[in-house]
Structures are given as C-alpha cells and as structure tokens.
Design a protein around this ligand. Structure first.
Ligand SMILES: Nc1ncnc2c1ncn2[C@@H]1O[C@H](COP(=O)(O)OP(=O)(O)OP(=O)(O)O)[C@@H](O)[C@H]1O
Ligand SMILES: [Mg+2]
Length: 504
C-alpha cells in the first residue's frame, strides 16, 4: 500500500494528473509530460517511454530524458530485448537493482549510450488490456535503489497516464480524420487546401480577401513552388464570381498559334486544322476568373491581344470579325523577374502595368519558417492516409532538419520530400535520413527571422560548424584544431546538431 503519510507525493500525483489531463490535444507533449512526471514522482536520473511499433515489432524510445537522453531518443530495440522488452512481453512491472548482472538486462542500449545503469524501475503502459509501451526509470537520484514503494507510486501514476494517453490518441485520430475529410471535400471540387500558420501568409490572404471583390487584374509573383496557383484559387473563391468557372491556362504549355486558339477560340476554316468552330478559354471563363499561369512566357503578339481584353473587355475568335464581350477577371502569375523582362523589352511594359495594378508577392518557404511544421504535418497525414500507413510522426531532428533547410523548390519540394519519406520510412517515425534533403543551410540573414534566440543559436552553430568542416574537407581533427575545440566535443556537436555531409 502507498503509505498514508506521504502526502507530499500524493499532492505531486494530483498535480501531475492535472497536467496530464490538460495536454491531451498535443500527443507528443503529452508523452514528454508522462516521462517527466514519472521521473519527478520517484526521483530518477533518467527516464524514457518506449512505444510498441507493430510493423517493425520493436519498442521505440519516443521520449528519453536524462544525461544521455538525446542519444537514446528515436532508437528502437526488438520488442523482446532487455528489461524493457521483458516488461512489454509480460505486461508486468519490475524493479531490477544491480541491473548489469540481471539476465534480462541487455547492454545493447546502455552500451550504445555509454551510460551506467544500476537500478531500473519499469512499468507497462496499458490501455484497455493492450500493452502500448513501457515507462522506464533509471538510477534513483539519491544514489539509492528503487524500492517497492516507488513501484506502487509509478503504477498508480501509469494508470492515470494511460487514460490520458488513450484520450490523446483518440483525439489525434479524430482530428486527423476531420481535417482529412474537409480537405478531401475541397480537393474533390478541384481546389487545393491552402495550409499555413505564418503571419506573412495570413497577411497575404487578408490582402487576397480585400482585393477579391474587385474586377481589377492581379499579378501573383514568387519563386517556383510557393503556392501562386493556390492564391489564385483563393482570389476566385473569395470573389462574387465564385459560382462561375475558374479556368486555368498555362501560357508556357503551348506554342504560339495553339495558345492563341486555346485562349480566344477560332472559327471553322480560320487555319488548316480549324475544322469546326471552337470556343476559347476566355469564353469558357465567362462571368468567372481566368488564371494565366507563367504569364512571362506569353508571346508578344498575344500580349497585345491580352492588353486589349483588359482595356476594352472585348476580343474576337481567330478568323472572325464578330466581337465578343469578355466578362472575365484576369489573374496572372509568374516566377520570373518580370520587371527585368520589361527592361529587356521581352515583355510589354503597358501590359505589365495593367496586370500589376494589384501585385501579390508570395515569399519563399525559407522566409516563413512557421509554415514548415504545419505544411510538413499536413503532407504527412495526407500521404500516410493515401498509403494506409496509419498515423506517422517526424522525429525531432527530422523537424529541425526541415527547419534549417533552404527549400529552393519551396512547398513543392517539401511535399515531394514528405511523400518520399512516407514511402521509405520503416517505423511510425520519419527520421532525418528518410527525408533525404542534404540539410543545406539557408542563405542570408532571413533564415533567423521570427526565430527564438535558442533556435537561432542552434541554427547558427550548425551552419558555422558545417562551414568549418567544409573548409577542412570534413577532416574532424583539422576542423577541431581551427575551431580550437576538442575533437571529441566536435564529434558530439556534429551528432547533436545532426550535421550531415551534403552529397553534392
Ligand atoms: N500553402 C499551401 N498549402 C498546401 N499546399 C501548398 C501550399 N502552397 C503550395 N502548395 C502545394 O505545392 C505545390 C506547388 O504549388 P503551386 O503550383 O501553387 O506553385 P507555384 O507557385 O504556382 O509554382 P510554379 O511557379 O512552379 O508554377 C502544389 O502541389 C500545391 O498544392
Ligand atoms: Mg504554378
């Protein structure tokens, strides 16, 4: 029995319970709370939570705290290996003092992290008769050994932890399901869900909503893959034209003569292949919006025709004299430096000024870091669903790696990286290796924008060390000498900061 006089412990447990029950909306932070709380309750030097991963039949250390926690976190052991495996298989708690001499003790993990283990207390995390994982506490803080009383407290705690764990899992599942279905509905209607959390994208969307009601042309600018097409969709969806067609035309996809007919239509006999009358995309967009993607590639001849549509709101089909009225909102986009094209007379300046009445610049992904986790999680859920992978997570270092990468291909590249990672990942966690992005540093000071000091320092350290390693052809002894630090310290930093030698 838990001793009646230990009221302080009891208060701790109640306090812990309140914390557990309030963190069910964020699964990962709940896991961390569970481990921290268990360690706090009985006083342990190190603590971990390993969860069972059915596809690999392994126990994966989701959270590991303590002196060597960072090295253990993310590692997996076979589900029958060691004390943690024994607790999992037997679904029973255990205390092992003098761990190194216990037959069940597997030096596998503890050796790898070079951490001496004398006393272990481990309890199963059971949800409705199913063992989900193991909470393991290592070395009692006061240099003593774990005793039966500690075990009872941790067992009591584990019952509460497992309820919170189950709630959090169900909450996560429902939330995933709900957003997935919402997005599916949008996608079915041909729209792409616009995902973001950054302030700068919120400002762009606010701007879109302000200009949407007007019929003025809009020019969307930004690097390849930043989501210009999605902004064009939002312009349409927020306008009074949203019940009418949204017509997409890629100006770079067709040669000049075909593009002209595609845009404006033709009449029978207008040219050799014109065997019948054909309606163009401007007519198809009547009352709605036409999205002219890659507008910089529009041939000069068609530029003047487009200018007339904008100024006079009329055009003719090829080979016809009949003037057609155009009630169409024009939204154009380009990833090229269109001002330079105007200077070089490759793009008509009068058309540029007409299109540029309302320019909307979409910043590259590396300048809106807050969007990276949100977008990455969104793509993760989407592709995990599509490939029946259940719910997947990113490891902390995979997330850091995504945050410090410069994403030259922007969101398109991020989406591809996550999709590929889902296909190659083995367990339920996406690791840095699965992402296969060289973790090249971002350029310029913008990579620190909006970051907390701690985050910025980590980023700086990582880039600084990478640069030093590159200068010394990745020779660690040389690099350590230049940086005036110990070789072993350098190698630890390389590991901690996850600095990879880029393949290029
Ligand atoms: N905010 C976002 N939320 C969700 N998906 C996005 C977002 N931004 C971009 N994407 C996705 O990234 C990909 C590229 O977006 P999009 O086609 O709009 O880029 P773009 O700016 O038009 O690039 P390009 O200049 O190369 O045509 C698409 O698959 C799109 O669905
Ligand atoms: Mg595009």
């Amino acid at each position: 029995m838990v001793s009646a006089i230990d009221s302080e412990k009891f208060r701790t447990l109640i306090d812990i319970n309140a914390r557990l029950n309030s963190s069910y909306t964020d699964f990962r932070s709940l896991l961390k709370t569970i481990v921290e709380s268990a360690a706090r309750l009985v006083g342990a030097e190190a603590a971990s939570l390993a969860l069972f991963d059915a596809p690999t039949n392994a126990l994966r250390f989701e959270i590991a705290l303590g002196p060597r926690g960072a090295e253990l976190q993310g590692k997996s052991v076979p589900s029958s290996e060691g004390i943690v495996g024994w607790v999992f298989q037997n679904s029973r708690p255990i205390i092992v003092n003098d761990a190194a001499h216990d037959a069940r003790f597997s030096p596998l993990v503890s050796k790898e992290i070079s951490y001496s283990t004398n006393s272990i207390l481990a309890v199963p995390l059971k949800v409705k008769d199913r063992t989900e994982g193991v909470i393991e506490l290592i070395n009692k803080t006061s240099h003593g050994l774990f005793v039966g009383d500690d075990l009872e407290w941790v067992e009591l705690f584990a019952v509460q932890a497992s309820i919170a764990f189950d709630n959090a899992k169900q909450y996560e599942r429902t939330e995933h399901e709900l957003t997935y279905l919402q997005h599916k509905v949008q996608e079915k209607q041909g729209w792409h869900p616009l995902i973001f959390s950054s302030r700068v994208m919120q400002e762009r969307l606010d701007l879109v909503k302000r200009v949407a009601p007007s019929d003025a042309s809009v020019l969307i600018l930004g690097e390849s893959g930043v989501g210009k097409e999605l902004i064009a969709e939002q312009l349409h969806l927020n306008s009074r034209r949203n019940k009418k067609p949204f017509i997409r035309v890629n100006c770079a996809a067709l040669p000049e003569n075909l593009l002209e007919s595609e845009l404006f239509g033709h009449v029978k006999g207008a040219f050799t292949d014109a065997i019948s009358n054909r309606e163009g995309r401007f007519e198809a967009a009547d009352g709605g919006t036409i999205f002219l993607d890659e507008i910089a590639e529009l041939p000069l001849k068609l530029q003047s025709k487009l200018l007339r549509v904008i100024q006079q709101k009329t055009f003719e089909r090829i080979g016809s004299n009949e003037t057609i009225k155009a009630d169409v909102r024009i939204v154009a986009a380009t990833n090229r430096d269109i001002e330079k094209l105007v200077q070089n007379q490759e793009f008509r300046s009068d058309l540029y000024y007409r299109l540029n009445v309302l320019p909307i610049q979409i910043p590259p992904l590396r300048e809106r870091l807050e969007d990276i986790p949100t977008l990455a999680e969104y793509f993760l859920t989407k592709y995990a669903r599509e490939t029946n992978r259940g719910i997947l997570h990113f490891s902390d270092s995979a997330m850091e790696c995504m945050l410090s990468y410069s994403w030259p291909g922007n969101i398109r590249e991020l989406e591809n990286a996550v999709e590929r990672a889902v296909l190659i990942a083995r367990g339920t966690t996406i690791t840095t290796d699965d992402l296969m992005i060289g973790a090249k540093p971002a350029t310029g000071s913008e990579r620190f924008n909006g970051k907390e000091l701690k985050e910025a320092i980590i980023l700086f350290k990582s880039n600084y060390i990478r640069a030093a390693l590159e200068q010394n052809r990745w020779n660690q002894t040389e690099t350590a000498r230049h940086l005036k630090i110990q070789r072993t310290y350098l190698s630890r930093l390389i590991k901690e900061l996850n600095i990879l030698q880029s393949k290029e």
